[in-house]
Design a protein around this ligand. Structure first.
Ligand code: TXE
Length: 476
């Protein structure tokens, strides 16, 4: 007996087509080579729909359409451009429920997260940058900002609609035209967004959405008529793109992996911190570039924190993404599940002490229990490498200097969290930690007004806030 708010989200009146086409020059178009691939529901392994695969010819068409549209779009007043962007924001809000269900079906994340986080934040992002469109002279006083031209945007599968919003909104507000590629396992909400963009009446060719895998992405990167690439994804592909664009005039921003440190001091509010640890690593199955995947607990409270954390992990529900009670949904793809399982084996073989609560998984689909590793040290691979799953490596520390050194001992530099009663300690650590984002007594908090981005192997460039406009303009 479900109450309405607990009932699994129904898919009855969610419209999903059997086949999706490319969105080029304001039209839904068949791919030149007529190739399609399947998008799979990761919670049951079943096909949801066929998705067009864009070849380099299709990408070329999309870039040409974007080039043709550029002059007119850039010449509009900021207020005019802003109107279209506001319209897109409102249409996302109107269809929020549909977006949330599709996001969870296609990507595996719990409906509570897509409904309360991904979709509202995506709408917010469009609202926020729509507001900047007619205020660029205040963003860059006396500098006469101009758009770059045609921008190629390649996004990952962990926050499909939200990453599309992070990329599209500032590019459009500043007067660029776009060719965007979603990740191959999660194309559906980007294609739904294409429908909304079409409905917004935005001039044709301003936004083009091409679906496909790495080859399609590489065609965008290597197209000579693209002025900038914005990429979010793995560090490996990021490095490939950096090499491929070196020596060209293409501008580049890279948002890559991470290995975030979550630091719990003995004076922290312990129960709140335990909730923070859970949110930092198990949110979105741990498919989060800024996840708090390394936990550092001050020695005097380590036993208490770990005991409480284990008890809390026993209560987490792993299962159907459409069930409103689910805490941890399906792992996004079979390939990603293999990666995570492989890291768990590595952790055990390197001598880590594993803890996993007993979980009952659905029969089909890709599932992984929330996982803790104790007895690990800086040299362990599971402490150094991004796993991108619900796996937490726990270490202890005695002094503040020791934890700063340990937290910074990583090739990445994206995020960190600090839990303490003392504000001064938080401010001290924000100065000392080499991370683009440092949260105080919270974790994984995002807002359209705040810049986000990394150092070192986590990439460069910022998204969000005023800083997020800069990568899309040049000054004359
Ligand atoms: O990412 P890819 P994958 C990390 C995470 C994960 C690992 C592998 O550690 O385990 O990467 O994931 C497109 N030229 N992150 O292999 O391949 C691809 O189609 C141009 C962290 O799925 O980097 C997709 O649209 N584009 C990360 C996008 O790149 C190419 C989020 C990302 O996919 C391309 C995702 C090429 N040669 C994975 N090859 C984060 N930091 O948020 C692939 N793509």
């Amino acid at each position: 007996s479900w109450t309405y708010d607990e009932a699994p989200e129904s898919t009855d009146h969610i419209q999903i087509k059997k086949q999706y086409e490319l969105y080029i020059d304001g039209e839904f178009t068949k791919p030149v080579k007529n190739n399609y691939f399947d998008t799979i529901n990761p919670s049951n392994g079943k096909k949801i729909a066929s998705i067009a695969e864009a070849s380099s010819e299709d990408v070329d068409k999309a870039v040409k359409a974007a080039r043709k549209a550029f002059k007119g779009w850039a010449a509009l007043t900021g207020k005019e451009r802003g109107k279209y962007i506001f319209r897109i924001a409102r249409l996302i809000q109107e269809r929020a429920r549909e977006f949330a269900v599709i996001e969870s079906l296609d990507g595996g994340k719990p409906i509570r997260e897509s409904r309360d986080i991904d979709i509202p934040l995506a709408a917010n992002h469009f609202f926020y940058y729509a507001g900047w469109a007619d205020k660029l002279e205040y963003a860059f006083p006396n500098r006469n900002p101009k758009p770059l031209g045609v921008v190629g945007q390649i996004i990952p599968w962990n926050f499909p609609l939200l990453m599309a919003a992070w990329k599209l909104a500032p590019a459009l507000a500043t007067g660029n035209t776009v060719v965007l590629k979603p990740a191959e396992t999660t194309s559906l909400t980007a294609l739904k967004l294409a429908e909304i963009i079409h409905e917004s009446g935005i001039p044709k060719g301003v936004v083009n959405i091409v679906t496909g895998a790495g080859e399609t992405g590489a065609s965008i990167v290597n197209n000579p008529d693209v002025n900038k690439i914005a990429f979010t994804g793995s560090t490996g592909v990021g490095k490939y793109i950096q090499k491929a664009t070196a020596g060209t005039n293409k501008k580049l921003t890279l948002e890559l992996g991470g290995k975030g440190a979550n630091i719990i001091f003995e004076d922290a509010a312990i129960d709140q911190a335990v909730e923070g640890i859970v949110n930092a690593i198990f949110f979105n199955q741990g498919h989060v570039c800024c996840a708090g995947s390394r936990l550092f607990v001050q020695e005097s409270v380590a036993d208490l924190v770990i005991e409480k954390l284990k008890r809390r992990m026993e209560t987490l529900i792993v299962g159907d993404p459409l069930d409103k009670n689910t805490d941890i949904g399906a792992i996004n793809s079979k390939k990603q599940l293999q990666t995570i399982e492989n890291y768990i084996k590595i952790g055990i073989n390197e001598g880590g002490e594993i803890y996993q609560p007993t979980c009952e998984f659905p029969k089909q689909g890709n599932w992984c229990a929330p996982t803790l590793f104790l007895n690990v040290s800086q040299s362990h691979r599971i402490v150094q490498e991004e796993i991108f799953g619900p796996v937490l490596a726990v270490q202890t520390f005695r002094t503040i200097d020791e934890v700063i050194e340990k937290a910074n001992n990583t090739p990445y530099g994206l995020s960190a969290g600090v839990w303490t009663e003392k504000g001064s300690k938080i401010f001290h650590l924000t100065q000392k930690l080499n991370a683009g984002v440092v949260w105080g007594n919270t974790f994984n908090k995002f807002d359209a007004t705040s810049p986000f981005g990394g150092y070192k192997e986590s990439g460069f460039g910022r998204e969000g806030g005023l800083h997020g406009l800069k990568p899309y303009v040049k000054f004359e």
